[in-house]
Design a protein around this ligand. Structure first.
Ligand code: A3P
Length: 293
């Protein structure tokens, strides 16, 4: 069937209106999220002196640091569902509105958090921060692969590179992020430990000592080999389900596995709803003239 001129103008109008509404909705969502984040993170959240924030631009070694700190702060056992339970992503729990200030209060000290916030947005108040920076070209490449594998990006690396270099990616400009934290580490050297992915790769033992000195966590010399082994790429790759992004989201959003194909029985509603609730359903069936149920 041929599209008439009237249909063509209607399509044009709908396209313009839809795009404008999506843009407006995005703007409002961003504003609402920011206000909510500001309220919880800056007005309600009470930082503690022994809080440690692991901060990075994505794809710079965040998960590696989460694992290192988990190993140093606990016995490091692997009976965990996901590292996010031990070192949760601070702003994301707020963003998803799963946690409020009470949940943060209930965490035992020392609280360990992951964050991708720039230096000016992270909660302040005497806590410590470990920032890990990674070579920008390596970050661009790793982030491109992540965009393709997790965010449905269909473009090629050239297209991604233009977005990355101009800061039009999820976490904004890599340059601004690293610069903000480099500045803060110079201003507050006792509170910010600035590490690089490359040093961790080339000289893990010494970087581990730096982290131990900075955080005050102690390990016995006999434990060191275990920590090094568990933080190795090989070990973490072998236990990838305890570190991956998808399982983290399941935990952060409070989803429960094995709860979708549930009981599959008929008539449970009548048993589990109150008689009042059940009779409301029955009355409404009549109002809607539904006869077959
Ligand atoms: P590549 O994509 O270059 O392999 P983040 O946790 O910040 O998202 O960083 C992810 C990057 O850190 C990935 O880089 C990942 O392979 C690397 N990584 C994670 N654990 C590591 C480890 N134990 N040793 C070396 N690199 C690790």
């Amino acid at each position: 069937m041929k599209t008439t001129n009237k249909q063509k103008s209607l399509l044009k109008c709908i396209n313009v209106a839809t795009n404008a509404l999506f843009d407006a909705a995005d703007g409002l969502t961003t504003l609402a999220r920011y206000l909510h984040y500001y309220k919880v993170a800056h007005l309600e959240f009470k930082p503690r002196f022994d809080d440690i924030f692991i901060v990075t631009y994505p794809r710079s070694g965040t998960t590696w640091l989460q694992m290192i700190l988990y190993q140093l702060a606990t016995d490091g056992n692997m009976e965990i569902d996901h590292i996010a339970q031990k070192v949760p992503w601070f702003e994301r729990l707020i963003d998803y509105r799963i946690w409020d200030s009470k949940d943060f209060e209930q965490m035992n000290s020392p609280r360990l958090f992951k964050s991708h916030l720039p230096a000016n947005e992270v909660p302040k108040g005497g806590c410590k921060y470990i920032y890990v920076a990674r070579n920008g070209s390596d970050v661009a490449l790793s982030y491109f692969e992540f965009y393709r594998s997790h965010l449905g990006f269909k473009g090629d690396f050239n297209q991604f590179f233009k977005l990355f270099i101009s800061g039009r990616v999820q976490f904004g400009s890599w340059f601004d992020h690293v610069a903000s934290w480099e500045k803060m580490s110079k201003k507050l050297p006792s509170q910010v430990l600035f590490l690089t992915f490359e040093d961790l790769k080339n000289d893990f033992n010494n970087q581990l000592n730096k982290i131990i000195n900075f955080t005050g966590f102690k390990i016995l010399e006999s434990q060191r080999a275990d920590v090094i082994e568990r933080c190795s790429f090989r070990f973490m790759k072998q236990h990838e389900d305890k570190f991956d992004h998808i399982t983290a989201q399941i935990w952060e959003k409070g989803y429960q596995r094995s709860s979708f194909i549930r009981e599959g029985k008929a008539g449970l509603g009548k048993l589990k709803l109150t008689p009042e609730q059940h009779s409301i359903v029955q009355k409404m069936l009549k109002q809607f003239h539904i006869e077959n149920l």
